[in-house]
Design a protein around this ligand. Structure first.
Ligand code: EPU
Length: 417
C-alpha cells in the first residue's frame, strides 16, 4: 500500500493539464473487443484501473500495446474465457467485458465486478437489459452464466438512469438483431463517448446523451480510432483545489460544459473563474458563501465530486447542506475531515457542514477513490503535515496526481509502506 505526505498551506499557481476520463476509458477498452479488427484509442489515462483492463484483454488473447496514451487493441484472436475472479474484482468496469463478450459470442461466464466500497452496487438493471435482449441469466455464488440462442433487439426501461446499465445494454444491443430502445438512459458525457466509438466501428446508435437511446443492430463491427474525452471529475477536483488555494490556477484541456453544475455552484459561493473554450482559470475564494447541494445524474451535480467539494464547504461562512442521492455510503471521508478539525454531522443521506473551520494536519485514510481526493484537498489547506494512507485508491483514478500538484506548488510526496 502507498501513502502520501502533504505539508499544507501552499498557494497553487501555474497550469494543470487534464487527462482522459477514467469512466470513459474503462468502457471504451472492453467495447473494443466487439470489433473484428484493430482499434486505436488515444488519450488513455495512466491510472491503475487501465492496467487491470489491460490484464483482462491480454488474458483473453488480445494483442495490446499502450504507448504515450494511445492503446492499440487487436481483438482478432481473443477467446471467450471466464475471467478469473481475482482480476474482475479489481474494478467495477470489468463488467463491461460481461456485455461485450455476451454481445460478441452470445455466451459469457463472469463473477460480480469490484469497485469502490461506497454502498450496495447491484447490477440488476444491467441483467434486465441482457434479458430484454433475449439472454438467460443464471447466478450461482456471485458467478453469472449468461447465454442466448439469439440476441434480439428489445425495449428496456431502466429503473434509474444507471451509467453501467446504459453502457452494458448498448454493448449487447449493437450486434443484436433489430432495434433496441433504452429508456431512462443515463446521459453522462462518457456514454456519448462510448456511443461515438461504437458508431465509428459501424454501429447504429442514436440519442446518446438523451434519456432515450436507439440502437439498430448490425452484423459486424470494424476497426476504428477514438479519443477519450477529458476527465470531468479530475477537472472538477482541480477546480476545487483552485477555489481553495489558487492564484490564477489554470486547468486546461477540458470541456467546461461538462463541469457546469460545479462551476455554477462555485459562482454561487463567490469563486471567481475565467471560463474559456477549453480551460478555466480559478482563484482562491476568501469568504465562500454556504450552499445547498444534491447529487444527481448528469447534468446534475456529480456524486463523484460530492466528497471533493465537502472540503470547500468546511471553509464556507455558515452551514451548508449536502445530500447524496446516488450511493448509500459515500461519507467515509467525513470522520477524517472531522479529525482534521471540520464540523460535519451526518444524518442519513445528508451532511451538515458548519464553517468556517481551520483544518490541521492529521493521520487519515483514503477509504475510496473520491474520499482520497477529498482528503488530499483537505491536507493541501491544512496547517501542518497530513499523512494519507491507502492512496492506491486515488491512483486508480487520477493520473500523475503527485506530479501535477507538485508542478503547481504543492508539497506532496508518495511512498510505499
Ligand atoms: N444501480 C442499481 N442497479 C443497477 C445499477 C445501478 O441499483 O443495476 C444503482 C447503484 O447502486 C447506484 C446508482 O444506481 O446507487 C448509480 O449507479 P450507476 O450504474 O449509474 O453507476 P456505475 O455505472 O456503477 C459509474 C461510475 C461511478 C459513478 C457513477 C455515477 C464507472 C466505472 N463508474 O458507476 O464512478 O459514481 O457511474 O455517475 O463508470 C468514481 O469514478 O469514483 C465512480 C464511483
Amino acid at each position: 500500500m502507498k501513502q502520501v505526505k502533504i505539508d499544507g498551506g501552499r498557494i497553487l499557481s501555474g497550469k494543470i493539464t487534464i487527462s482522459g476520463a477514467k469512466n470513459s476509458a474503462v468502457a471504451l477498452i472492453p467495447a473494443s473487443i466487439l470489433s473484428d479488427d484493430v482499434v486505436k484509442i488515444d488519450n488513455i489515462p495512466n491510472i491503475s484501473d487501465i492496467y487491470a483492463l489491460d490484464e483482462i484483454l491480454k488474458y483473453l488473447g488480445a494483442k495490446v500495446t499502450l504507448k504515450d496514451g494511445m492503446i492499440t487493441i487487436d481483438p482478432t484472436n481473443i477467446k471467450n474465457k471466464e475471467i478469473p475472479k481475482d482480476i474482475s474484482s479489481k474494478l467495477r468496469a470489468s463488467y463491461y467485458f460481461m456485455s461485450a463478450l455476451l454481445g460478441k459470442y452470445k455466451y459469457v461466464e463472469m463473477y460480480f465486478p469490484g469497485g469502490c466500497k461506497i454502498g450496495a452496487r447491484p447490477i440488476d438493471q444491467t441483467l434486465k437489459g441482457f434479458e430484454a435482449l433475449g439472454a438467460k441469466v443464471v447466478e450461482k455464488d456471485n458467478k453469472f452464466t449468461i447465454s442466448a440462442e439469439e440476441l434480439k433487439g428489445g425495449h428496456v426501461y431502466l429503473d434509474m438512469p444507471s451509467v453501467g446499465a446504459t453502457i452494458n445494454t448498448m454493448l449487447v444491443a449493437v450486434k443484436a438483431k433489430g432495434l433496441t430502445i433504452i429508456e431512462n438512459a443515463a446521459k453522462e458525457p462518457e456514454i456519448v463517448n462510448v456511443a461515438t466509438f461504437l458508431n465509428n466501428m459501424g454501429a447504429k446508435i442514436t440519442g446518446a446523451g438523451t434519456s432515450e437511446i436507439r440502437i439498430k443492430g448490425v452484423d459486424s463491427l470494424k476497426g476504428c480510432f477514438a479519443e477519450v474525452i477529458p476527465d470531468r471529475i479530475e477537472t472538477g477536483t482541480y477546480i476545487i483545489a483552485g477555489a481553495l488555494l489558487g492564484d490564477n490556477l489554470r486547468i486546461e484541456n477540458i470541456i467546461p460544459e461538462h463541469v457546469e453544475s460545479l462551476t455554477l455552484k462555485l459562482s454561487e459561493m463567490g469563486v471567481k473563474m475565467e471560463i474559456g473554450s477549453n480551460y478555466i482559470v480559478v482563484n482562491r475564494v476568501e469568504k465562500p458563501k454556504p450552499v445547498n447541494l444534491k447529487t444527481l445524474g448528469y447534468p446534475g451535480f456529480p456524486t463523484d465530486l460530492q466528497q471533493p467539494i465537502t472540503t470547500l464547504l468546511t471553509q464556507c461562512r455558515g452551514t451548508s447542506v449536502l445530500e447524496e442521492t446516488i450511493y448509500e455510503n459515500r461519507f467515509q471521508n467525513v470522520p477524517y475531515l472531522n479529525k482534521m478539525g471540520a464540523n460535519i454531522k451526518i444524518t442519513g443521506k445528508k451532511i451538515k457542514v458548519k464553517g468556517p473551520t481551520a483544518l490541521k494536519g492529521a493521520k487519515v485514510t483514503a477509504t475510496d477513490l473520491r474520499a482520497g481526493a477529498c482528503l488530499i484537498l483537505a491536507a493541501l489547506i491544512a496547517k501542518g503535515k497530513t499523512t494519507i494512507k491507502d492512496v492506491d485508491h486515488v491512483l486508480r483514478g487520477y493520473e500523475n496526481i503527485i506530479e501535477k500538484l507538485t508542478d503547481v506548488g504543492a508539497k506532496i510526496t508518495i511512498e510505499e509502506i
